[in-house]
Design a protein around this ligand. Structure first.
Ligand code: CA
Length: 220
C-alpha cells in the first residue's frame, strides 16, 4: 500500500513518513500542492494525507481538483486550520477524515488504518458489493441488480460508509461525522431522514437494517 503525504514542514513530513514506513507502507512526500497533485495523478496511492497551508496555495483547492479527477482516492486532512467551516468545507470537497494539528501519531495511524481497510474492501475496479447492491465508487453510481439507482452525493456517501462496514453497526454519531462532517450531535434527525430516502430509492430489497437507538447496519 502506498501513501502520499503532502506537507511542507519537513520535520512533520519525516516524522509521519517514518511512522507509516514502520507499518510496512510505502510513502512519498510532496512539499507543495503542485507536486502533490502531480504525484497523485501519476501514481496509484491508497491514501493521501493532506496539509492545508501549503507554500503554493491552499490544500482545499488541491483537494477539489484531486477529488474531481480521482474520486475514489481517500484524502485525510491533517491541518492546524481546523475551524468548523474549514472542516465542513473539506468534507464537502470530498475529504474522508480531518485530524487537527497538533495531533497524536497513534491517532493518525489509527485513522489511516480505517481508510486503508476500507480501500481493501473495494476490489480493484473500485466497486463495493453487498447482496444485490453494488456501488461503483469511481463513477459514484449505485446499481441494484440491473437497475441504476439515482442517489444524491450525501445518500451515496452514507451508503458507502454502511457498505464498507458490512454487518457492523454504524452509529448515528459516526455517520454524522463521516457523511456530514459534524463532530457534535446537532440534535436533528438528518441521518434518519437520509436513510428513509435511501430505502425509498432502493425499494424493499435495500440491505439496510435499523439497530434501535444505535444506528444502522448493511447486512450481508
Ligand atoms: Ca503547512
Amino acid at each position: 500500500m502506498q501513501i502520499l503525504i503532502v506537507e511542507d514542514e519537513s520535520r512533520i513530513a519525516a516524522f509521519v513518513a517514518r511512522a507509516f514506513q514502520a507499518e510496512g507502507l510505502g510513502v512519498h512526500v510532496a512539499t507543495d500542492a503542485t507536486e502533490g497533485i502531480g504525484r497523485a495523478l501519476d501514481n496509484r496511492y491508497d491514501l493521501v494525507v493532506l496539509d492545508l497551508m501549503l507554500p503554493d496555495g491552499d490544500g482545499l483547492s488541491m483537494l477539489r481538483e484531486l477529488h474531481q479527477r480521482r474520486p475514489e482516492l481517500p484524502v485525510l486532512i491533517l491541518s492546524a486550520r481546523n475551524d468548523l467551516p474549514t472542516r465542513l468545507h473539506g468534507f464537502e470537497l470530498g475529504a474522508v477524515d480531518f485530524l487537527p494539528k497538533p495531533f497524536s501519531l497513534d491517532e493518525l495511524l489509527a485513522r489511516a488504518r480505517v481508510q486503508l481497510r476500507r480501500v481493501h474492501v473495494e476490489d480493484d475496479d473500485h466497486r463495493v458489493r453487498v447482496r444485490g447492491l453494488e456501488l461503483d465508487v469511481a463513477r459514484r453510481q449505485a446499481h441494484l441488480g440491473d437497475r441504476l439507482v439515482d442517489l444524491s452525493d450525501r445518500e451515496f456517501r452514507l451508503l458507502h460508509v454502511l457498505m464498507t462496514h458490512t454487518d457492523q453497526v454504524v452509529s448515528r454519531e459516526r455517520l454524522l461525522a463521516e457523511v456530514w462532517g459534524y463532530d457534535f450531535d446537532p440534535h436533528s434527525n438528518v441521518v434518519d431522514v437520509c436513510v428513509r430516502r435511501l430505502r425509498h430509492r432502493l425499494g424493499p430489497d435495500a440491505p439496510i437494517e435499523t439497530v434501535r437507538n444505535v444506528g444502522y447496519r448493511a447486512a450481508a
